[in-house]
Design a binder for this molecule. Sequence first.
Ligand SMILES: *Cc1c(COP(=O)(O)O)cnc(C)c1O
Length: 447
Amino acid sequence: MTHDDPRRRIPRTDALLATLGDLVGVHGVDAVKAAVTTAQADARSGRITPEDVESATRAVLAARTPTTLHPLVNATGVVLHTNIGRAALSADARRALLAAAGHVDVEFDLGTGARARRGRGTLAALREAVPAAGDVLAVNNGAAALVLATTALAVAQGRPEIVMSRGEIVEIGDNFRLHELIESTGATIVEVGTTNRTWAQDYSRAVTEWTGLVVKVHPSNFVVHGFTHGVDVPELSRTLADVRAERGLDVPLLADIGSGLLRPEPLLPDEPDAHTALTGGADLVTASGDKLLGGPQAGLVLGRADLVEAMRRSPLARAVRVDKLALAALEATLRGGPTPTAAALRADVAELRRRTEEFARRLAEQGVGGRVVAHDAAVGGGGAPGVVLPSVAVALPDRWGAPLRREGVVAQVTGGACLVDLRGVEADDEARLLTAILTVAHEGDAR
Ligand SMILES: *Cc1c(COP(=O)(O)O)cnc(C)c1O
């Protein structure tokens, strides 16, 4: 080694380990050492410069996944895509997941050393977010919230009939039919109204001493146009109040809003939210944590304290219990800043165009041409049907769709092109997206 040999500039392992302290906490010292060794060897062989050793180490660690799940870049323009894990978590929520990975006081009071209510910090955050709720509960997912409500508030009370509008007997996801889920608890669905029209008196006529709940489902993935009528939460709540006054039957109204919006979202005026449903007279609201709320998979239950307590006391509550990781991520989502879901939803189209043109320019610099075209993005995840989010995409050859997926990028192959929409791509993922496209483009050259 001569005096000016660049290899002399390769950083030493102990110095690198000190700079990479943050990653030692995440990956463990052995993995970081192994990545350092790989990067140093690359620098020694001249594949990278000594100055790149640190960033190469970081890249090796970032690519390291201890699971068969592949981290993906969502370039589809569909903000919430169920097949790729719905909402991407915020940076705060990701940190919260890591923090909760070891032992945590999820059900333990550090002051007294005694058992405490599970997830109380998360529940407090949810209550603060929706003060109209008398009490709140978090369970495994939205489906679990419905099963628990039906079981605890209807079947276990000896009032197994659940009244639902025929217009709301819907298939939410692939083969997932809500009324079948409800019936799986031993409940019977009493269908009222017709596919297109249901009136308040249809509900009041159907309520009997056997009715456990009236369930109003947000038909989140389709819209009915034309000769239609539905009964909204305030009208249904008034109808049930009349039934109570006239016939002494006290039947709670459960609104399954699905999306998990806690407050109205101006961009999605037809999407129900927990605050509006509760102030409109719903006794209980159920929703998902990983749709528009932008958090982890969870089922949220908000509403009358006596009903929430009955659900909490049900033996079934244990079987649908939410895990500590989801509790941690949910609290961070509720208390933290804007989520990637909110950012993708609210992204301004002019700003998206500017960002996409800059991205296309960087591709062009590397010899990859791609036209910038207008694109219709969507909310997805079974939410806000018919809402088009105007967006922008880079049009690449359609045969690039499959190799891009292998590089961890999901784009939309349609109309003879592979459309890469940046709306749902987090800023931190743009470099990865660029590299993936260049890799695929150059593979093409090589063939
Ligand atoms: C998504 C959805 C569900 C199911 O929630 P999961 O969290 O996926 O279990 C139930 N009801 C409605 C209206 C939904 O949109």
